[in-house]
Each structure stands twice: as C-alpha cells, then as structure tokens.
Design a protein. Structure first.
Length: 114
C-alpha cells in the first residue's frame, strides 16, 4: 500500500523559508508525476506545484518565483523549497500524484506570521 509522509512544516515569519519533504513508496513513486497541494482552513485543497518523473516542473501563479519543487527518485522523496513566505501561504501542505490518486497523508502544517 502506498504511503505518503510529509514533514518539514512549522511556524515562520513572513519573508522566511521552509523546506518540505514527502517520502513515498518507491515502486509507484518513480513512475508518477508528483505534486504538492495545500489546504487552508475553510478552503478547498489546491494544487501548488508538480514535477514529472523526468524533472519538468509547473507552478501555480501564486507561488511562481518563490517555491521550488524537486524530487530524488533514488530516495523516493519529493521536496518543496518555499522562500519569501507570505501569511496567505498558511495551510496544511500535502503531496500526492498529480491527480491525487494515492491515499492522502497527514500533511504538514505551515504557519506564516505577519
């Protein structure tokens, strides 16, 4: 069974940085386009960024130039480097396949104070 375990969240001041990690089961992970999503209280879960197995990336406009998604296929891990954080980035962050195919993990909480 696929498991996704997110980590790296925390409390940071506006303008600060965090690096999120997502460890996934290996055999499925290596074939899939993976993505980071986020969900703020009262809002729907939204896509943040995605990365193909070959390393091509796409970003939503609200994080372009601030966030960087990457992956290490050998370690079955996806990363999200978040710089220049804003209070509106406060949310629980999740990773999954680009279409949300796998069971969702617990996520990791990111809180940005103003």
């Amino acid at each position: 069974q696929v498991q996704l375990v997110e980590s790296g969240g925390g409390l940071v001041q506006a303008g600060g940085s965090l690096r999120l990690s997502c460890a996934a089961s290996g055999s499925i992970f290596s074939r899939d386009t993976m993505a980071w999503y986020r969900q703020a209280p009262g809002n729907q879960r939204e896509l943040v960024a995605s990365i193909t197995s070959g390393g091509r990336t796409k970003y939503e406009d609200f994080v372009k130039g601030r966030f960087t998604i990457s992956r290490d296929n050998a370690k079955f891990t996806v990363y999200l480097q978040m710089n220049s954080l804003k209070p509106e980035d406060t949310a629980t962050y999740y990773c999954n396949a680009w279409d949300g195919y796998f069971p969702w993990g617990q996520g990791t909480q990111v809180t940005v104070s103003s």
